[in-house]
Design a protein around this ligand. Structure first.
Ligand code: SF4
Length: 170
């Protein structure tokens, strides 16, 4: 049985981004992923009740880890605090990942939810800074290995974490 991989829905071609668009992986990457994993699609922002399209939002005052502690906020370009929806959606996405036994997740780079290495700096200026999104942070705290489409070759070339663990015990 293939290990299960939770994947940002927009990377799988679902038009769920704030602008109503998708950011699909290439056909080749999608095929390679499906050969190795059973894919579970999730969009944390939609799961948290946010509509599509929606105003863009960025983390302000810290990254997703700080937002989970109440020390930073997710604020839209129109000034609305949507932190609660982001945190709720992250929790629902984690529940889904755990219900399917996912040990790894492929999450869209640079998103205030899904970004795993960099996020926008909160000024809506297109500037990235180091940090992770709310969902990426929650997943890592729960022990799920998170990577983005920028690391997809590493994910595809490495033995899966589940397979590696199974071979350790066999
Ligand atoms: Fe894609 Fe994640 Fe944003 Fe949903 S929350 S649109 S899955 S980057």
């Amino acid at each position: 049985m293939k290990p299960k991989l939770l994947v940002s829905a927009c990377l799988l071609g679902q038009p769920v981004r704030y602008d109503g668009q998708a950011k699909p992986l290439s056909e080749q990457d999608w095929r390679r992923l499906r050969q190795k994993f059973d894919l579970i699609a999730a969009c944390p922002e939609g799961m948290g009740g946010l509509p599509t399209p929606r105003p863009p939002a960025e983390l302000r005052g810290g990254d997703g880890t700080a937002a989970l502690r109440g020390q930073a906020g997710v604020i839209t370009a129109t000034g609305e605090d949507v932190s609660a929806a982001f945190i709720d959606g992250a929790g629902q996405a984690l529940d889904l990942a755990q219900a399917h036994g996912c040990r790894q997740a492929l999450l869209k780079a640079n998103s205030p939810s899904c970004g795993s290495r960099r996020i926008y700096d909160g000024r809506f200026s297109g500037t990235l800074k180091d940090g992770e999104g709310v969902t990426a942070s929650l997943f890592r705290q729960a022990g799920i290995v998170v990577c983005s489409e920028e690391d997809i070759d590493v994910l595809l070339d490495a033995p899966s974490r589940q397979a590696a663990q199974q071979s350790e015990f066999s």
